[in-house]
Design a protein around this ligand. Structure first.
Ligand SMILES: [Zn+2]
Length: 445
């Protein structure tokens, strides 16, 4: 299967991390994922200062702050973490190939061969991240990651690595596609049409690594408990709290919409993420595939020229999304202060508490307010939502990224009319690395 190429614009995140809040929930036993980072040299191109590059990689992948590991520690709230594979970051391996042509499949084939010769096998890691000097490759991408696989390709120019790309490519390894946006002519969900615009709510949708993951992505990876991501089975009215805020309670509503699911969340600044994302957002997960979810946008905001207003596409209080065929309606009764009250009506049955619309959200809702907490919903704790400093970290930089093909046969590439690249054979040959490769384009500096 081959999907059409998509051209994405991804803002690079120059993230100013400030005062990371403690996680709201810490898993007892985090899933530890071992990353075999391997530096490789080409026959005609090598890292000029391997020790410096190794130090950069150690910090970027595994550092306590501003690293791949710290990002996923934060967004999974301690459920999943990364650590170096037993041998640590390997000294450069010499690949018997020239750099020119950026033959990604050959790079990974030869790298895996070299690892096996060193006695490092699939038993020793969950991810292999191949880092290579980019000076002579002519690669037209910023980085690559196999979707649902374990391989990432990270070309390095000079002494920098793109953290947005690193976090994004590991997102592909977790199975996420690029997250796009449906444009809706009205709040009638039947009026929504797919677009090539990205959601801007996740590193997988142009949000950079200043954005957390969206609730559909967290649900896909089982990083929200059943109490946090409530599967709505009958009409009810819910208090939903900020996805990355502290305290217990409902963080996402997972609503049946025919064959699809409609997922509703509240976003707001917390720790080092979501400084520019706020308010109520809804996503459609086609046929229940949360990794392929799209943002449902009922506004006409132009999010590229509108960088200062990341919440211009939030669902304001009073908004009601409807799907007449499926007899589903979702009404935002109130939104603000890091939480929202949302009434969900299924099968045409009105939700209790749906009216009056003007009912304000209380900052300190009494425990277990019965009208707002249908069976299955976690009682409201009424805890304070500490306002995390909103680090406005938008950078003027943009990365022109590209593409995604959920395919194990070919990868179409659209960045700047670049070459098509077929990687299928590599992935077909190895179960672990099967799945599609998705590439991100290079910076348009
Ligand atoms: Zn990508």
């Amino acid at each position: 299967m081959r999907l059409s190429p998509r051209t994405l614009l991804i803002p690079a995140a120059a993230v100013a991390l400030a005062g990371i809040a403690p996680p709201a929930f810490a898993a007892d036993a985090p899933e530890r994922r071992r990353v075999q980072v391997v530096m490789v040299n080409f026959a005609d191109s090598a890292f000029p200062d391997p020790a410096a590059t190794k130090a950069l990689l150690q910090k970027s992948y595994f550092g306590e702050n501003k690293s791949l590991t710290s990002y996923y520690n934060e967004v999974t709230r301690g459920a999943t973490t990364f650590e170096p594979a037993a041998g640590g970051i390997l000294d450069p391996v010499e690949l018997p190939m020239s750099a020119a042509g950026c033959d990604s499949s050959k790079i990974s084939d030869l790298t895996y061969e070299a690892l096996e010769k060193k006695g490092i096998t699939e038993e020793d890691y969950e991810h292999v991240s191949i880092v290579f000097p980019n000076q002579k490759t002519g690669c037209d991408y910023l980085a690559l990651g196999s979707v649902g696989g374990g391989t990432t390709w990270m070309p390095i120019d000079g002494a920098e690595i793109s953290m947005t790309a690193l976090v994004h490519e590991f997102g592909h390894n977790f199975g996420y596609s690029h997250q796009l946006r449906e444009r809706c002519a009205s709040t009638d969900l039947a009026s929504c049409k797919a677009s090539e615009d990205t959601s801007h709510k996740t590193p997988m949708g142009g949000g950079g690594w200043a954005a957390g993951l969206t609730s559909p992505e967290l649900i896909h990876s089982k990083w929200l408990s059943g109490e946090e991501a409530v599967k709505v089975a009958k009409s009810g009215t819910y208090t939903v709290r900020s996805l990355y805020g502290s305290g217990a309670g409902v963080r996402a509503l997972d609503i049946p919409l025919g064959e699809d699911r409609l997922v509703v969340e509240v976003r707001g600044a917390s720790g080092s993420v979501d400084g520019r994302i706020s308010g109520v957002h809804a996503y459609r997960a086609p046929k229940g595939d949360y990794a392929e979810a799209t943002l449902v946008d009922t506004t006409e905001a132009d999010h590229w020229s509108d960088k200062g207003a990341a919440d211009a596409d939030a669902l304001a209080a009073g908004t009601t999304l409807t799907d007449a065929d499926e007899k589903v309606s979702v009404k935002v009764l109130a939104s603000g202060g890091g939480k929202a009250t949302v009434a969900v009506s299924l099968d045409g049955v009105p939700a209790p508490g749906e009216a009056p619309a003007e009912k304000p959200v209380q900052e300190d809702t009494p425990e277990g307010s019965p009208q707002e907490e249908p069976a299955g919903a976690e009682p409201q704790t009424g805890g304070e939502e500490p306002a995390a400093p909103a680090s406005d970290s938008a950078s003027a930089d943009e990365e022109l990224a590209e593409t995604g093909a959920e395919s194990d046969t070919a990868v179409p590439v659209a960045a700047g009319g670049a070459l098509l690249l077929a990687l299928g054979a590599v992935f077909a040959a190895r179960g672990r690395r099967r799945a599609a490769t998705v590439r991100s384009g290079r910076h348009s500096r």
